[in-house]
Design a protein around this ligand. Sequence first.
Ligand SMILES: [Cu+2]
Length: 109
Amino acid sequence: MFRMMILMFGLLAATGGFPPASAASAAKARVHVIVIDKMQYGPMPTGVRAGDIIEWTNKDILEHSATARDGRFDVDLKPGASGRITATAGTLAFFCKFHPTMTATVVVE
Ligand SMILES: [Cu+2]
């Protein structure tokens, strides 16, 4: 009898009989990656919504940053490092504080 119950439980789990607990929240926040390469921010993500994650990945051998013009974030990015923020609604203009000619803007709905 006990063996039977274990078998049933296994079957339920295998066939998705139990809803995954984090399915709803995982579907909500998406991660948008901005790659920094050769002293430039890569293509800006589109369709970013407030609450999504914006992640910068620095592929250069120099340190960079993603620093908001309005001061709402300042992410330091060592060579090879990544950093992320939770996006807030608005037009996010940012630059690299080490190389101020590096600029970009991402729109968050
Ligand atoms: Cu830089």
